[in-house]
Design a protein around this ligand. Structure first.
Ligand code: ZN
Ligand code: ZN
Ligand code: ZN
Length: 359
């Protein structure tokens, strides 16, 4: 009866089978058996160390010590996984291994030169491409104006080059109001005290107000950027980083039966034995000798695989009995067999009735 239900379920999974055929099918004989599944799991731990560097964080700093470093082993600290038999990696700083050193990238200053603006803090205004003019407004002839031409600039040919803008700076770096691009309306005004002829405030680029420059976006106008190596603190911390790898190794075996092992992997059975310990002893008293044998073999393999690589934290093993029913059936003139296996009553047809030949 159960076999028929299982079969009806199976038929629903295969669209080309006819459920009417199942009703016409006669079950001549059902042989029951079990496949014994044995599973061994070893939860292991491996550790590695590496030298690491990060910005010194003075607020949470431990007392600097280096004398202990050589005497410490990565195994001197207890690390507990959040859950046994689940793969995970934990990373932490080896206590007592940190040393604070001056940052070599910035010579302990905490800032580095901004190469984008060459330390000036200003960049060409991207809105007006450095002209200082609103788009569509004719650019005043600043260079050739008689009042400007009398103030020759050494580097005037570089004005409005594609990559950079020649600038006139007064009073050091920074985007102070005295800096402007050469040839801009601001250039004219600073030399003559009046706006270029025919140009009003409304004709100027409203982003840079006629100066043709903007604050350097990389250093925010300061000409220096915080050092990335030390996060601006001027010091870096060298320490030993411990990485802990928790890994679960699993081996399983099924005693020989007529259902292929790859199908049994999905089958549920009845748990008849399970045990968990730091080290489990191989099963030796199971009535089926091959179960004892495979348990011994797995236990040995797991320990051998670990040797010199990791250590076993915990082991567990279990025995499951997976029920299997071999059903001999008659359908019309045809005779055949199929299997019902697992608690879920899965079906397996050794000679798959393809293209509706049988059913
Ligand atoms: Zn630095
Ligand atoms: Zn800059
Ligand atoms: Zn502009």
């Amino acid at each position: 009866m159960e076999c028929r239900e299982a079969l009806e379920q199976e038929v629903k999974r295969h669209r080309c089978w006819k459920s009417k055929s199942v009703k016409k099918m006669n079950f001549d004989n059902i042989e029951t058996s079990t496949s014994i599944q044995y599973v061994l799991e070893s939860y292991t731990e491996a550790r590695s160390v590496s030298e690491a560097t990060e910005a010194a964080n003075f607020s949470g700093l431990e007392e600097p010590s280096c004398s202990m470093m050589s005497s410490l082993s990565p195994w001197d600290f207890e690390v507990i996984p959040s859950q046994n038999f689940v793969d995970q990696v934990r990373i932490f700083e080896m206590p007592g291994s940190s040393q604070v050193n001056p940052c070599s990238a910035c010579n302990s200053v905490g800032t580095i030169h901004c190469f984008n603006c060459r330390g000036y803090g200003t960049d060409k205004c991207s809105f007006c491409r450095g002209t200082g003019m609103k788009s569509g407004v004719a650019h005043p002839a600043v260079y050739t104006h008689p009042m400007i031409a009398t103030f020759p600039h050494a580097d005037i040919s570089r004005g409005y080059s594609s990559s950079s803008t020649a600038m006139v700076r007064h009073g050091g770096s920074g985007s102070g109001s005295n800096t402007y691009g050469i040839g801009t309306p601001m250039h004219f005004m600073s030399k003559t005290g009046v706006p270029p002829p025919g140009i009003g405030t409304h004709d100027l680029c409203y982003m840079c107000h006629g100066r043709g420059i903007k604050e350097c976006h990389q250093c925010k106008g300061g000409g220096k950027k915080p050092c990335t190596s030390c996060s601006g603190t001027g010091s870096i911390k060298n320490y030993t980083r411990i990485k802990v790898y928790f890994k679960n190794s699993r081996s399983e075996h099924y005693t020989t039966c007529e259902v292929p092992e790859k199908l049994l992997l999905g089958a549920e059975g009845k748990l008849i034995f399970d045990e968990e310990a730091d080290y489990v002893a191989p099963i030796s008293k199971y009535p089926q000798e091959d179960v004892n044998k495979i348990s011994r073999q797995f236990c040995e393999q797991h320990l051998q695989k670990c040797m010199g690589v990791c250590r076993v934290i915990r082991q567990r093993h279990c025995i499951n009995a997976i029920p299997i029913g071999k059903v001999h059936f008659t359908l019309g003139n045809e005779k055949g067999v199929f299997y019902v296996y697992g608690n879920q009553k899965l079906c397996y047809f050794p000679h798959f009735p393809s293209k509706c030949v049988i059913l």
